[in-house]
Design a protein around this ligand. Structure first.
Ligand SMILES: [Zn+2]
Length: 322
């Protein structure tokens, strides 16, 4: 049995859906809602409607480390003793390791320098990233879930590694029942974003999130399922068409990014503000969108980067016409 429980969030995205899986001997909550009193009340109420108390929970699965999905985990573990199950990449994040957080800060600063953010823009962007940490608790991953694993206590659900929206993102697939638990991998009413993330280890190359996302979208598109339970909004049906549309929208945006560079914008931040002139309050998001597409164009050989004393200048690679 699967119960959907909508939970309010203080974020522009609106409600998040968490899911209660009732197995024969196992009660599992998929995602938690943010760390707010309203969210906890809604969760307790939703669990109650399914005849369950927080104390009864055996397991908490986290689809990815974003505050609306993991915020209440510490509180719920304290109250229930539930085990936490997530991708191994979730552990260093949710443990709130100070070294990891310092490395993240450094990473963003260096990146913002390359993209040409001024001091005020850097400060605004970092503040917007840190703001979300007010809505998460600390926890540890007890059981790592990787591609192909079965969800303990609910063996019909198979784990899929679906990076892109987040590097630690997993989805759950019930092949027999033709159902998916999607987290934020696919959302019906909005396109999910491939958010920038630092590399797993300091000094490594950062992951190309949009490209990972496209690949993971295609993987999920190829699977046979009828209904997808998403982290936000209504259930996803007709996923093959929906994912085709999402992929096409990205291609169109890449085309616009290329045009913007061709029109003379060479610095990441200028390109970002040309594409998204009215979204300054969501700076990390619009930077992620822009750089995701820039990465992709560079990878495809349509753009190249010149390092101008730590500032990256994007240039169109003109094809040789013979
Ligand atoms: Zn998310």
């Amino acid at each position: 049995m699967l119960h959907k429980i909508p939970i309010p969030t203080p974020f522009p995205v609106g409600d998040i859906n968490v899911y209660l899986l009732k197995g024969r001997d196992c009660l599992t909550l998929v995602d938690t809602g943010p760390l707010t009193r309203d969210a906890l009340e809604a969760l307790e109420h939703g669990l109650g409607a399914a005849g369950v108390r927080v104390e009864d929970l055996d397991q908490i699965v986290l689809t990815h480390y974003h505050c609306d999905h993991v915020g209440l985990v510490e509180h719920l573990v304290e109250k229930s003793g539930a085990k936490v199950l997530a991708h191994p990449y979730t552990e260093p994040l949710i443990a709130r390791d100070p070294d990891v957080e310092a490395a993240r800060g450094e990473f963003y600063l260096q990146l913002y320098r390359g993209l040409g953010l001024n001091e005020e823009q850097k400060e605004t962007a970092l503040k917007q990233i840190l703001y979300f940490l007010d809505y998460v608790g600390t926890a540890h991953v007890d059981t790592a879930l990787q591609e192909g694993d079965r969800l303990p206590g609910h063996e019909e659900w198979e784990v899929l590694y679906t990076p892109g929206h987040a590097l630690d993102h997993i989805s759950l697939f019930d092949r027999q029942g033709r159902r998916m638990l999607l987290g934020d991998h696919v959302i019906k009413h909005i396109s999910s974003n491939a958010l920038l993330e630092p590399p797993l280890r300091r000094g490594e190359e950062r992951p190309r999130m949009l490209m990972l996302y496209r690949e993971a979208l295609r993987n999920v598109q190829a699977l046979d399922w009828e209904i997808g339970y998403a982290g936000h909004g209504e259930e996803v049906t007709g996923h093959k068409e929906l994912i085709t549309k999402r992929l096409r929208d990205m291609e169109r945006r890449a085309e616009r990014v290329l045009e913007t560079v061709r029109a003379g914008k060479s610095v990441g931040m200028d390109i970002t503000l040309t594409l998204f002139p009215r979204h300054f309050e969501q700076l990390p998001l619009i930077i992620s969108e822009t750089i995701g597409h820039l990465d992709w164009l560079v990878h495809d050989g349509k753009l190249k980067i010149e390092d101008d004393g730590g500032l990256w200048r994007y240039e169109v690679v003109e094809e040789c016409l013979k």
